[in-house]
Design a protein around this ligand. Structure first.
Ligand code: TXA
Ligand code: MG
Length: 329
């Protein structure tokens, strides 16, 4: 009962979107690709529609959703007291993988979109399917990642189908997503602005445009301002352990696990033939690899960690969560 429409060459055709538009305008859910991960969309102005997102994902109600719109102009219809720096970010990074937290207008969105907060996270996704859909539906679309809560975010339509089969009516299949991890979340309601969730757009990228920004992880003694960050995320079924990317150390760990009669998978930038399973580690393939582990008989997953180049901050953040910060020893 879950239909999949393969978009492919029909990306600019009207028929590709007519069913999705119809469903979204009638309180239904549609999964669609963005450049980061697949989103599970609903009309952000309709509380019954939004409630279906929480039910489909099994998502805690105190975790607010990101609202997707087709342009800066559309975004500005829904927010107030927008600081200049937010406008500069919109001009520099939209469409793109940057979610801006701003003050929403009173009664703009269904209350369950923002989990009762007076602020809202908004972005314009940089994906032709998402943009075509948003332009046609002419509604702000609340869309968290289209996975079951706690599972790795979906980077392919088949991941969405795995989690949402029989639960949602329609998936638009736009192929594998380019970035593979969720957008950077930047809180514009404080000064300097704070990165609540690292993503492909880095602190350095942002600072070139708006000057100093802070990382929430660097701020001591602060209650988590991004409610979602307190939940464990992205975890496959077998436990994930972090390990320093040192060949001898990793090989010793593999042998140690195998000696107990257990199967081990290694996620790394270099191959480990000793391991029962090997998956190449990159931001683009991280979630796909974690999901592939679930389809094996692996007992334990080792993820190798190298001193992180700046672009890797976001991937490391997701990997640490998948491992629940456990190191192999
Ligand atoms: O790349 C993405 O952002 C994907 C695609 C589908 O666009 N969406 C996504 O949404 O990752 P979601 O709902 O899985 O993540 C939303 C994040 C959570 O960490 C949530 O706590 C935070 O954004 N967030 C949303 N609204 C917020 C608000 N008003 N204040 C603080 N954090 C907020
Ligand atoms: Mg998510």
């Amino acid at each position: 009962e879950t239909e999949i429409i393969l978009v492919d060459k029909n990306v600019n055709k009207e028929e590709t979107y007519s069913q999705a538009v119809e469903i979204l305008r009638n309180e239904g859910l549609v999964a669609f690709p963005t450049e980061t991960v697949y989103g599970l969309g609903a009309d952000a102005t309709n509380p019954q529609a939004v409630e279906k997102i929480f039910e489909a994902k099994g998502r805690p109600a105190d975790n607010p959703l990101i609202v997707h719109v087709d342009s800066k102009e559309s975004a500005l219809e829904w927010v107030q007291n927008v600081p200049d720096k937010a406008l500069q970010c919109m001009d520099a990074f939209w469409p793109g993988a940057l979610t801006l937290i701003m003050k929403s207008k009173p009664d703009a969105f269904a209350e369950n979109v923002t989990a009762g907060l007076s602020t809202v996270g908004i972005r314009v996704p940089n994906h032709p399917v998402a943009l075509n859909l948003l332009r046609r539906v002419k509604l702000p679309i609340a869309a968290p990642s289209a996975n079951t809560s706690g599972k790795p975010s979906p980077t392919r339509a088949e991941h969405v189908y795995h989690d949402m089969e029989g639960i949602i009516p329609l998936i638009l299949d736009g192929g594998a997503t380019a970035i593979g991890i969720e957008s950077t979340v930047l809180d514009m309601t404080c000064e300097p602005p704070v990165i609540l969730r690292p993503g492909n757009i880095t602190k350095e990228d942002l600072e070139q445009v708006i000057g100093t920004v802070r990382l929430s992880s660097d701020i001591q003694g602060n209650a988590p301002k991004s409610p979602g960050m307190k939940y464990m995320h992205y975890a496959p079924e077998a436990p994930v352990y972090l390990i320093e990317n040192d060949q001898a150390l990793v090989e010793k760990a593999i042998e140690h696990v195998q000696k107990d009669g257990k199967k081990v998978a290694v996620l790394s930038t270099v191959e480990f033939p000793l391991a029962d399973y090997y998956f190449r580690l990159s931001a683009e393939t991280l979630y796909d690899s974690l999901r592939k582990c679930d389809r094996t008989d692996v007992d334990l997953i080792l993820a190798t960690v190298s001193p992180a180049p700046k672009r890797n901050v976001a991937m490391m953040n997701r990997l640490e969560k998948a491992a629940d910060h456990k190191w192999f020893s």
